[in-house]
Structures are given as C-alpha cells and as structure tokens.
Design a protein around this ligand. Structure first.
Ligand SMILES: [Cu+2]
Length: 344
C-alpha cells in the first residue's frame, strides 16, 4: 500500500514520548509478515497503551479484549492451522515490564465479527521465566524487551472463526494488587483438518481471580516464591510442538528458549536442581497425555491414579485438566486455583 511509508513516518513523528514503558499489541503478524496495519485485524481498545489494573478488569468483560475493544471494529484474517501468528507492539515499543505472556483462543459460534467473546476459551501458549531465572530479575522473563508475542496455531484445532487473545501481565505492582493487564484480540478464520478437542475450557472473566498467586505476586523480595502461571493449563494437541511457541521471533527467542530443558512426558519426577526457579523457567509443557476432553469442572486435585509416580517439590499435583500424579515426593499438595495445585 503506497501510503504506508508516509503514514508510518507521520505517525512515528507524532508518537508520544513513551517514557513509562507501557505497551499494547496492535499489529498482526502471520508467519513473520505483518498483515494490514495497526488494528486492521485487531480490535482497537480505548485506553491506548495504558495498563488495565486488577480491580478494573479481573471480573469485567473488559478482561477479554481490553477496554473499549468492540465486536465489529476489525477485519478477519484467514490463516491455516500450524501457521505462526504474532502480535507486535504499537509504535515499536518493547515489553519493558516483568511478567508472563499468554495467548487464548475462543471459537465464535458463527462470524467472529459479531462475537463478544462470551463463550468458551482455552489457553494455547504461555511464557514465564527463561533459563532458570528468578522472578525478581526483570530480564529473566522470556518476554522481557521483546517487541511481540508469537505462537503456533495448534495443527488439529477445529476450523472456524476465532477471537485470539494475546496478553501480557506486568507484575511489578502486583504486590499491591495492581497487576497490569495488557491484552488485545485478533479476529482469525482458521482453516485446517481439525480433529483436536481443545481444553480445559474457561470463561473470561472467570479464569483469573485477584488473589491468584500469579496475579497477586510479590517480586520484591530477595527470594521470591516460585511463579505460578495464572489461568488454565495450555492446550497441547499432541500434534504441535509446544517448545518455544511463545516468544519474539526476531529478538533472541531461540537462545532464550533453548535454555529450557526438553520435558520428557513420562520422566520420573526428580528433585529439581533449582526448584524455586525451574518449575516455571520455561513455557509450561502441559501433559502431552490424551487431548483432555472438555471435562466438567473437577475438584482439584484431580484423581491421578498414577500409582508410584510422585511429584517433585514445587511440581504440579492437581488441577482441572491435569492428569499426572497427585502424590508429593516432598511437601504436601496444596490447592492454588481451580487449575493448579502444587507440592509445597
Ligand atoms: Cu507500563
């Protein structure tokens, strides 16, 4: 489009001096190539790059796609299952707050253009701490100073039209109940063979609570607690590699994620060398067990029945969608939220 260059320069010149490092996702990227312009395929929010705080959005429909982001305000882009989809930040900003990144998807009953996101959602990607870093070190977060979040659309996802919600939660003020939520929704039509059964399914709002350990988190201590990812487990369809799904392609993602150990599905739980950090050091690799049926909410910890196997200290021992062992090798299995119980 011939006006793009001129327009971009104009916008760049008029860009506010962003000194507070806030950010918002405005540009859709598919297989590394930008598609459309800012907000062409992403519903535009009304609070610019300002954060939304816990008490404003945690129980609000605004938690879905951000304040003011309405159905009917964007176009729908067609992709294929297995494509790499990214969300780049507005005005060439970088993510300069510590905290985790996520991508959720929700299938519209018909056209996504009129879909409000009030149906079922599932998590398709998440990114926490990289390389065994601690939560009180900003650079230890895999998304730190990245200009985008990217993930691969699961290969067996049911075809159809989806709202795709990208989110970064900044935790530097979460110790006073003010986690900062930066989220946006793209409209995608996904083509592919289908066959997968996404889950666990959640509602937005509903998937987070203000008191969740990953939402009301205190990083301002010399030895911060292991960071527990908020929300449900990531849906892994068994056909799509989850390793390194979420990051920023152009900015040292490979190095970050290569530091993550491969997680063997049936590995014996063994004492983690650095338990506090390792638990969440890498994009969580959900149990590659059978695609979880969208089960009715089960009480956590779920019955595991994996006789003999025990969960290492700080490991997951229960939660909706979890099917691994529930006995702790060390500590006791403690309820964190509906989707996560932990050996502590
Ligand atoms: Cu900020």
């Amino acid at each position: 489009m011939k006006t793009t260059t001129a327009l971009s320069s104009l916008l760049f010149a008029a860009a506010p001096l962003v000194t507070e490092a806030h950010y918002i996702f405005s540009q859709l990227i598919v297989n590394g190539t930008p598609q459309g312009k800012d907000y062409t395929y992403i519903r535009k929010n009304s609070n610019s790059y300002q954060p939304s705080f816990t008490n404003e959005v945690i129980n609000s429909p605004d938690l879905r796609c951000n304040k003011g982001a309405k159905a009917g305000s964007a176009q729908t882009y067609t992709v294929k299952a297995g494509d790499k989809v990214g969300f780049k930040l507005w005005f060439n900003e970088n993510i300069e707050h510590p905290g985790p990144g996520f991508v959720y998807m929700s299938k519209a009953p018909g056209s996504v253009n009129s879909y409000e996101g009030d149906g079922d959602w599932f998590k398709v990607a998440e990114s926490g701490l990289c390389g065994g870093g601690k939560a009180n070190t900003d650079a230890a977060w895999c998304t730190w100073q990245k200009d985008r979040i990217e993930y691969t659309i699961p290969k067996t996802i049911p075809p159809g039209e989806y709202l795709v919600r990208v989110e970064h939660i900044a935790i530097h003020e979460s110790h006073v109940g003010k986690a900062q939520f930066y989220m946006e929704c793209a409209q995608l039509k996904v083509e592919g063979p289908g066959g997968g059964v996404p889950g666990p399914l959640v509602k937005i709002p509903g998937m987070y609570k203000a008191a969740d350990p990953g939402i009301a988190y205190n990083k301002w201590t010399p030895n911060p607690a292991p960071y527990i990812m908020p929300g449900p487990a990531v849906w892994t369809d068994g056909a799509t590699s989850t390793k390194g799904e979420l990051g920023a392609a152009d900015v040292a993602t490979a190095e970050d994620l290569s530091a993550c150990p491969a997680v063997a599905p049936s590995a014996e739980p063994e004492p983690a060398p650095a338990p506090a950090a390792d638990e969440n050091a890498c994009p969580a690799v959900a149990e590659p067990a059978a695609p979880a049926a969208p089960a009715a909410p089960a009480p956590a910890p779920a019955a595991g029945g994996d006789s003999g196997a025990k969960v290492a200290l700080y490991g997951q021992c229960g939660g909706q969608g979890y099917s691994g062992p529930t006995a702790c090798a060390q500590g006791t299995c403690k309820f964190s939220n509906d989707w996560y119980s932990q050996c502590v």
